[in-house]
Every structure is written in structure tokens, then in C-alpha cells.
Design a protein around this ligand. Structure first.
Ligand code: DAT
Ligand code: MG
Length: 152
């Protein structure tokens, strides 16, 4: 068993296109559990902290401009291997290369509008959750269907 938490953002394009429900549904249907969720209009400062690894890259300024351009739905998602499973469901960074059946592969077209963010490691997951959420905003609860998703 490797129960993990990861940070997922439905980016401004996903919210503006009315795809929030579709994106959340795909992650929920996979068996992942939402333990925190809020709509936020990111400030430049939170965007800079979140995307610090990309400072100096050619797309950095447009990335910051994009993520701060409208509300995002920030979520903490929990589940067995939640980091890698959610990244798999999200698909490759460039929607043109993302497999059909993934969120980006089915709903996206270009890398600058790729709909959703997911942490890329368990360590980054912890760091990113701390950037976007207070501990009190994360709700631990049991779903009665869990034995039907995870063999104990
Ligand atoms: P991911 O979001 O799949 O973890 P990443 O961390 O490498 O990808 O990059 C963060 C975001 O930056 C990505 O979702 C979209 C944008 N981005 C990455 N590479 C890019 C590129 N070559 N051109 C434009 N935007 C890019
Ligand atoms: Mg990344």
C-alpha cells in the first residue's frame, strides 16, 4: 500500500471552458478521492512559488500570465499511488503527444493550454499541497466504496 496525496489544479482554460466537472469526474472515476478543493484566482506570488522550477525558461512569463489569468480549481487528491496514477490520467505535458483517453489527449490541443496540473513526485506533491492549502482545509474521511477500489 502506498497511500499518497497530490496537488491537482484545473487551470484557467479548464475552468473557462466549463471542463471542471469533466476533469474532476475522470480523476474520481479512477478511484482517487478529493480531500481538499477550492476555487482560487492565483496571485503572481503563489504562481511564482508553484512554478519556481521553470524560472528563466522561454515559456515562463506566459505560463505565469496564464495561470494567474482566471480562477483555478485547486484540489488535494488522495489515493493508492495518487501521484503517478493522476499523472497518467492527465497525460503528457504537450496535448499533441498525450495519449487518447487521457485528459490532455482528449480535451487539449497545445502545451500552453493543457488544462490541468498534477504534482510530478510524492515529494513535490507534499510541497505543492503546502503552497496551496492550509492543513485545516484537507479533510480526512472514509468512503464506504473504498474496499471496492483498493484490495486490502
Ligand atoms: P507538467 O505540467 O506536465 O508537469 P512541466 O512541469 O514540464 O509539465 O511544465 C509546467 C507547465 O509549463 C506545463 O503544464 C505547460 C508549460 N510548458 C511546459 N513546457 C512548455 C513549452 N515547451 N512551451 C510552452 N509551455 C510549456
Ligand atoms: Mg510539472
Amino acid at each position: 500500500m502506498s497511500l499518497e496525496q497530490t496537488l491537482i489544479l484545473v487551470k484557467p482554460d479548464g475552468v473557462q471552458r466549463g471542463l471542471t466537472g469533466e476533469i474532476v469526474t475522470r480523476l474520481e472515476k479512477r478511484g482517487l478521492k478529493i480531500v481538499g478543493a477550492k476555487l482560487i484566482r492565483p496571485t503572481r506570488s503563489i504562481a511564482e512559488i508553484h512554478y519556481a522550477e521553470h524560472v528563466g525558461k522561454p515559456f515562463y512569463e506566459s505560463l505565469i500570465g496564464f495561470i494567474t489569468s482566471g480562477p483555478v480549481l485547486a484540489m488535494v487528491i488522495e489515493g493508492e499511488r495518487a501521484v503517478s496514477i493522476s499523472r497518467q490520467t492527465i497525460g503528457s505535458t504537450d496535448p499533441a503527444e498525450a495519449a487518447p483517453g487521457t485528459i490532455r489527449g482528449d480535451l487539449g490541443l497545445t502545451v500552453g493550454r493543457n488544462l490541468v496540473h498534477g504534482s510530478d513526485s510524492t515529494e513535490r506533491g507534499k510541497e505543492e499541497i503546502a503552497i496551496w492549502f492550509d492543513q485545516l482545509e484537507i479533510i480526512e474521511f472514509e468512503q464506504t466504496m473504498e474496499p471496492w477500489i483498493i484490495e486490502s
